[in-house]
Design a protein around this ligand. Sequence first.
Ligand SMILES: *[C@@H]1O[C@H](CO)[C@@H](O)[C@H](O)[C@H]1NC(C)=O
Ligand SMILES: *[C@@H]1O[C@H](CO)[C@@H](O)[C@H](O)[C@H]1NC(C)=O
Length: 440
Amino acid sequence: MDLQIYGFSFTLILFFSINNATLQEKPSTTSPQINSNSVLVALLDSHYTELSELVEKALLLQTLEEAVTKHNITIFAPKNEALERDLDPEFKRFLLEPGNLKSLQSLLLFHMIPNRFQSNNWPKNEQKTRRRSTLCPGEEQLNVFQKSGEKMVSISKIIHPDDIIKPDGIIHGIESVLIPKSVQQDFNTRRSLRSISAVIPQGAPEVDPRTNRLKKNPKTQVPAGAPPVLPIYSAMAPGPSLAPAPAPGPGGPHHHFDGETQVKDFIQTLLHYGGYNELADILVNLTSLATEMGRLVSEGYVLTVLAPNDEAMAKLTTDQLSEPGAPEQIMYYHIIPEYQTEESMYNSVRRFGKVKYDTLRLPHKVVAEEADGSVKFGFDEGSAYLFDPDIYTDGRISVQGIDGVLFPVEEIKVAPKAAPVVAKPRRGKLMEVACSVLGC
Ligand SMILES: *[C@@H]1O[C@H](CO)[C@@H](O)[C@H](O)[C@H]1NC(C)=O
Ligand SMILES: *[C@@H]1O[C@H](CO)[C@@H](O)[C@H](O)[C@H]1NC(C)=O
């Protein structure tokens, strides 16, 4: 009797354990079994400790375990410094707030794509870009391309291609953090909300038809952040902007946006991004230009900067810079008084063929069209391709990297072909030229 019961329970135990084992092998159970040779195990074990910690904090392990049972994944792992030292502390605080778990998850999943992308899959041709959807649903795709012999994923250099290779995925070490638009927007909204809420709503500005100047009407209220009534040109400082920076007085406390900080942010971003030092130099040194941009943004205007990269700036000739005010004129022609992103510009040239954008250099416009799957600005010699999309986008200022310096079509025809500057300009060279001309 005893023996029989014993035997029965034994069979029962055996039955259950076998059943359990078969269950566990099925990938569809709620907690999938992770193979020790998995790329996820490798990640948690790797020198990417900051990323691993964030993945755990974001409660993403289970999602990722499920992902690797279905398909390979490729992880673009920012080096530790990128997530520590290099990350804006305010942004990091934002990510780690419990209420912003969704943003943290989006940011991390934005670094992963649901298939295997090895270093030999990078396009060899520098003109080609592959686009890859990420594990973050609804976000823009990542651009995978080569630039000056470096492998790139969107804004970041790949510093350790194929760093970790596993049967279910691969990890590439990257230099900087990739920030999806939605997260950037959430962060910016939070930040602007904070500054907006500190401002008492002002009366809607109204134009006095006789003077064409703003007149205050305290009865009409507009929501903070509504676009200004006057066209941007009315708000710009008069003259070729060699005028001294406007006194900080009148604008002061009723600004809806902290344009000055936003301009500083985007110049910082340009410097960190690399390859745009000449332009950043100009903006830092031509303080009246930076101040003017900051003031316009503070007043609610939006701007898109077409930023020529260093190679393009190096091709500028001394002649092109020798006219008084030339650097400003060149810069003003690269600023569009609209908020445009790579996506919005690409969509409109795809849809409409040629598109003309106003610039701050009245009355000159800049023409854009689609070319080679990208956006091309200007004509012939004065043309440039959209080269580094969305270097900085904060909802007010957008910075798009281009590979040439643009000139209004009238000037291309008139300007004699000047001899190029002989010495290869180094960082700051342009400013020396500009400064000797402008006498600063
Ligand atoms: C992952 O990639 C490897 C190598 O290409 C392939 O053999 C394997 O079947 C893939 N795994 C899944 C789950 O697709
Ligand atoms: C501004 O111009 C000065 C003088 O040419 C130069 O030494 C300096 O490096 C420039 N500033 C920046 C931030 O580039």
